[in-house]
Write a protein that binds this ligand. Structure first.
Ligand code: SF4
Length: 380
């Protein structure tokens, strides 16, 4: 075991590591400046268990109804009897595709639709490499492929809710999403999040191919999203260029190689071990855990509430510090160069003079303060 593995194991404690998935990788790109999350995820620490022990509220998640709807929509699209996929891909990629063979890797080897990750990964690799090297009859559509991606020097399993589509020697990632396209317009934030997840699958597919000296270019940057059209369950397919997301994710994955530097910032023996007692209940004093988290630099933004179990804890910390970032990226960008809310308020009140280069921001803050005062007087 490498010294990096040993240090991450100490940080995690004896609990088994949680693997990365496309969502955790997407979250890394959403908040790449958070050292705390980078360390916790690299060590495979169960953030939900930390949050439960700290009695934090759960982050905003999809309702069960929305999850059920998503599963039903995916089943409808992938049902081989209905054969909806081939026409959708024909529509999206303008391919002369009359029909497409379909294989759900999820159903491999067992009757209950579940099978060990390693087995599914090996089967996925053999199908994909067989198709790429023209050795086997290609399964044009491979649903629920299991891939691996090297993250911070570790092989991480990825279980895409996606389909690898092979045609004319090129693979595409196809994602079925339940958010609607209304009058041709999907929610741009949801599209961006889907493309970031797809970027993780594209990188994993490329890693598989390049490991056999096959060209990475055989995995297309174009991702096909399949969504319900308008307010119906009628699927529609749209191609998107995921090149910016691929570049973005690659940059952040490369940045994870600074893990040893991040670990060096922690005091010796730092651990997030919850020290479960004989009945499995954590015995670690909460204050001690909070002090441990404080050794890892956070970078809270309001968006954390959507993707990180520790959001409530980090928000309280950020507010107590008067961090500008707690007010969101727009305010942080507008007040770039001002570190805290207290400084911004002092500048607005004229209690302190702006440092060179911050005169414009101070002027804008005083202007906003005057408007606020006027409105307040008018309303009393
Ligand atoms: S909630 Fe905290 S740990 Fe999670 S990403 Fe945000 S700042 Fe980092």
């Amino acid at each position: 075991m490498s010294s990096l593995d040993t240090r991450l194991r100490v940080l995690r404690g004896p609990a088994p590591p949680l693997p990365h998935n496309a969502r955790t990788l997407a979250a890394l790109t959403t908040n790449p400046n958070c050292d705390r999350r980078a360390l916790l995820d690299a060590a495979g620490i169960d953030k939900a268990a930390l949050a439960t022990h700290l009695d934090l509220p759960q982050p905003l998640r999809k309702s069960q109804l929305a999850l059920d709807y998503g599963i039903a929509f995916e089943r409808q699209v992938t049902d081989p009897e209905r054969g909806a996929l081939a026409p959708l891909l024909r529509q999206a990629l303008q391919l002369p595709l009359h029909q497409a063979s379909y294989k759900d890797i999820n159903n491999l080897a067992t009757d209950d639709g579940t099978s060990p990750l390693g087995l599914r990964r090996a089967y996925t690799s053999s199908c994909i490499l067989g198709a790429a090297e023209h050795r086997s009859e290609p399964h044009t559509l491979l649903d629920h492929p299991v891939l691996t991606l090297t993250v911070a020097g570790h092989q991480t399993y990825l279980e895409p809710d996606a389909i690898a589509f092979h045609h004319d020697d090129v693979f595409h990632i196809v994602e079925i999403k339940s958010f609607p396209v209304i009058h041709g317009r999907p929610d741009p934030l949801k599209v961006a999040a889907s493309l970031t997840q797809a970027a993780a699958y594209i990188l994993a597919l490329r890693e598989l191919l390049t490991g056999r000296n096959l060209s990475a270019a055989r995995v297309s940057d174009t991702v096909i999203l399949i969504n319900p059209r308008n307010f119906t369950r009628q699927p529609t397919a749209t191609p998107y260029n995921a090149a910016p997301q691929i570049k973005h994710l690659s940059r952040h994955l490369a940045r994870l190689h600074r893990l040893p530097d991040l670990l060096d910032t922690l005091p010796d023996g730092t651990t997030c071990d919850l020290a479960p007692g004989p009945d499995g209940t954590p015995t670690r004093p909460r204050d001690e855990l909070i002090a441990t988290l404080a050794t890892m630099k956070p970078h809270y933004t309001p968006d954390c509430r959507h993707h990180c179990d520790l959001a409530a804890h980090c928000r309280t910390e950020a507010r107590n510090r008067g961090s500008i970032g707690a007010l969101g990226p727009t305010v942080r960008d507008d007040l770039a160069g001002i570190d805290t809310i207290h400084t911004a308020l002092d500048l607005a009140d004229g209690r302190i003079r702006p440092s060179p280069g911050n005169e414009d921001i101070a002027h804008a803050l005083r202007h906003a303060q005057r408007i606020h005062e006027t409105l307040r007087k008018d309303s009393t």
